[in-house]
Design a binder for this molecule. Structure first.
Ligand code: 6OG
Length: 162
């Protein structure tokens, strides 16, 4: 899934606090997905590994440096109203970091209890992969959107060879 057809690569990092039973999301303040809560991430730059991009974006948007990050999922997004190739979003898990969480001009970080994740203010694909993420599973999936935000088709499954 990650190799093969042409795609545009992105990262998405969700920070989990096991002791507190909560996850860190950010309210996206501008650009693509503004108004939604999401993990932290962005475009993988030319010549950059997805791991480096994930770490960089977490620092840029939430002010912390991950000390344990693992890749957990690869989600492919197809948009009928965008000219570009599908987007491949690499989802990462982080539970330890250095520094203090702080807002940036792009994201306003906020902790949510695990049973209070605000799906009504998140991308429509999120309710389908979050349960796998919280169960520590690895997953792959494809989601098709119309008019950018309306989910029209999807599949998602656990994988052993992400
Ligand atoms: P910037 O434009 O901020 O990168 N992203 C998505 N996340 C979820 N949960 N669902 C989607 O469904 C998404 N499409 C994109 C990837 C965009 C950020 O938004 C994520 C990046 O972290 C369509 O550079």
């Amino acid at each position: 899934l990650a190799r093969g057809a042409a795609h545009r690569a992105f990262t998405l990092v969700v920070v989990r606090d096991y002791e507190g039973g909560r996850v860190l999301l950010g309210e996206k303040l501008r650009g693509f997905g503004a108004g939604y809560y999401n993990g932290f991430g962005g475009k993988v730059e030319r010549g950059e590994t997805v791991e480096a991009a994930a770490a960089r974006e977490l620092t840029e948007e939430a002010n912390v440096e991950a000390t344990n990050m693992t890749r957990r999922g690869a989600l492919r997004f197809v948009f009928d109203d965008k000219p570009l190739e599908p987007w491949l979003v690499h989802v990462f898990h982080c539970s330890r970091y250095d520094g203090e969480i702080a807002a940036s001009d792009e994201m306003r970080p906020e902790w949510f209890d695990l049973d209070d994740v605000p799906f009504e203010n998140m991308w429509a694909d999120d309710p389908y992969w979050w349960p796998l993420f919280l169960e520590e599973k690895e997953f792959v999936g494809t989601f098709t959107f119309t008019n950018t935000t309306t989910l029209v088709d999807y599949w998602i499954r656990e994988t052993k060879d992400l």
